[in-house]
Design a binder for this molecule. Structure first.
Ligand code: GDP
Length: 458
């Protein structure tokens, strides 16, 4: 029998209502031990999903809180197990006390993500949906919320399972001709394999082409604003923020010791590394030079290189530009209101015409165009999210790339009319990799790793 687990599932802090969830075979027994309905009847005598008014009492019979309790019978619950949820007053004390009482009644503390993990293990949701739950909890921008919600309905998983089924058909057909070679008409067999593989690789390439968008929406676009002191980096940022009334929050990165700043520019979530104080003081400005810029460049998914157009390029500008070359970057030639000393044509030749923009952080001319460029960079020309499945994160993207590469190997083998066995091996690899994304073939460690990234109570 699986353990019965419990946790507070609402945000900790002051709220009108807080909820303790108990899940597992013993959930009803645990719930009945601490909850007494005002009617005097046991919780289990009510029809499932009925909200029952009553009280929670301590072991010594003293009143803990006035609550509502609900029993959800397996499999019709979040975890697909028996679940009891107790809604109490939102204060920390009451929640803590009720949680402690569930432990004494036989539940154990739920691990981070364990409710969702059980929903997955019990087959109620697939792995991409589980990841989407985490995204919904964390999502910052409206677009990413929309994406996560769609994912949770299983769009990506649906698409991947369709592909997987097609590939399984390829394997089945090949194995049939391996087993019954007399049935084989080589040309037809290779031709069919090439056709099926072609449509699968197209579909995967398409998903990968949009991976960028999905990942940015979820994780934010890692952006570095670089340039020598006084070219107008802070001013540019301020101008962007003003323009878009961005939501800015600052937090210390959990995995690395740097301050990261998140901002939402017109629905584009950016993560700016190490910009502590960029908006409030000039200290930062003094510190950021070539060395610092190089460091920031390392991790950036987009480099915004700022130069002072009114001065002409200095040696320091050159070094920073050189460091940015080859990275996804955009060159902002700032202070356009003061006249143009920089050779724009040369810059455009070097970085691409669409990657060099003139702008004035002071008069704000060009700021809107840059905002639009940024939006286009993330969402593509439509400017909004289209329908369809999106990859959500690097885990999915990596697996998909590996699957694509296995299928390309299989296609090459088919082109060269290599033995069917060789093709089968590669296609099987791809099938397993696709299954890993949805959790159909995923190994235990990976599942544990994924769910450990949840918070407790999810
Ligand atoms: P940073 O060191 O790169 O962050 O540069 P700042 O944003 O602190 O700007 C340095 C100086 O240039 C400040 O005095 C700004 O007011 C000024 N500045 C920034 N952008 C412009 C601009 O587009 N036009 C003009 N005229 N001055 C600007």
């Amino acid at each position: 029998m699986e353990d019965t687990i419990s946790a507070v599932i609402t945000a900790l802090g002051e709220g009108a209502v807080g909820i303790v969830r108990v899940s597992g075979e013993g959930a009803l027994a645990v719930g009945e031990k601490l909850f007494k309905a005002a009617s005097g009847k046991a919780l289990g005598t009510y029809a499932p999903n009925t909200l029952v008014y009553g009280h929670v009492f301590d072991a010594d019979g003293s009143l803990v809180d006035e609550v509502l309790a609900v029993y959800m019978r397996a499999p019709k619950s979040y975890t697909a197990e028996d679940v009891v949820e107790i809604q109490c007053h939102g204060g920390l004390q009451s929640l803590k006390k009720i949680l402690a009482l569930t432990y004494t009644a036989g539940a154990r503390p739920a691990e981070p993500g364990e409710f969702t993990k059980r929903a997955f293990l019990n087959g109620r949701i697939d792995l991409t949906q589980a990841e989407a739950v985490m995204d919904i909890i964390r999502s910052r921008s409206e677009a990413s919320l929309k994406l996560a919600a769609r994912q949770q309905q299983g769009q990506l998983a649906g698409e991947l399972r369709r592909l997987r089924k097609d590939l399984v058909d390829v394997v089945v057909n090949l194995e049939a001709v391996i087993d019954y070679p007399e049935e084989d008409i080589e040309d037809v067999t290779y031709g069919r394999v090439q056709e099926s593989l072609g449509s699968c690789t197209d579909a995967i390439s398409n998903l990968l082409a949009h991976a960028h968008t999905g990942k940015i929406l979820r994780e934010g676009l890692r952006t570095a604003i670089v340039g020598r002191p006084n070219v107008g980096k802070s001013s540019l940022l301020n101008a962007l923020l003003k323009e878009d009334r961005a939501i800015v929050s600052q937090y210390a990165g959990t995995t690395r010791d740097v301050i990261e700043e998140q901002l939402l520019l017109d629905g584009v979530p950016l993560v700016l590394a190490d910009t502590a104080g960029i908006r409030s003081t000039d200290d930062f400005v003094e510190k950021i030079g070539v060395e610092k810029s190089r460091q920031l460049l390392q991790e950036a998914e987009l480099v915004i290189c700022v130069v002072d157009g009114s001065e002409g390029l200095t040696g320091e500008d050159e070094e920073i530009l050189k460091a940015a070359e080859g990275k996804p970057c955009v060159i902002i030639v700032n202070k356009s209101d003061l006249g143009m000393q920089v050779d724009l044509v040369a810059l455009q030749k070097r970085f691409g015409e669409d990657k060099v923009m003139t702008l004035s952080a002071k008069t704000l001319s060009g700021v809107e165009a840059f905002s639009a460029w940024l939006k286009n960079y993330v969402y593509g020309s439509e400017g909004t999210l289209g329908e369809g499945a999106y990859i959500q994160n690097s885990r999915q993207e990596n697996l998909l790339r590996q699957a694509l590469s296995a299928l390309e190997d299989a296609a090459t083998a088919a082109d060269n009319m290599l033995p069917y066995d060789c093709i089968v091996i590669d296609v099987r690899t791809a099938i397993d990799l696709l299954g890993e994304i949805t959790g159909d073939t995923v190994q235990d460690e990976i599942i544990n790793e994924i769910f450990s990234r949840f918070c407790i109570g999810k």
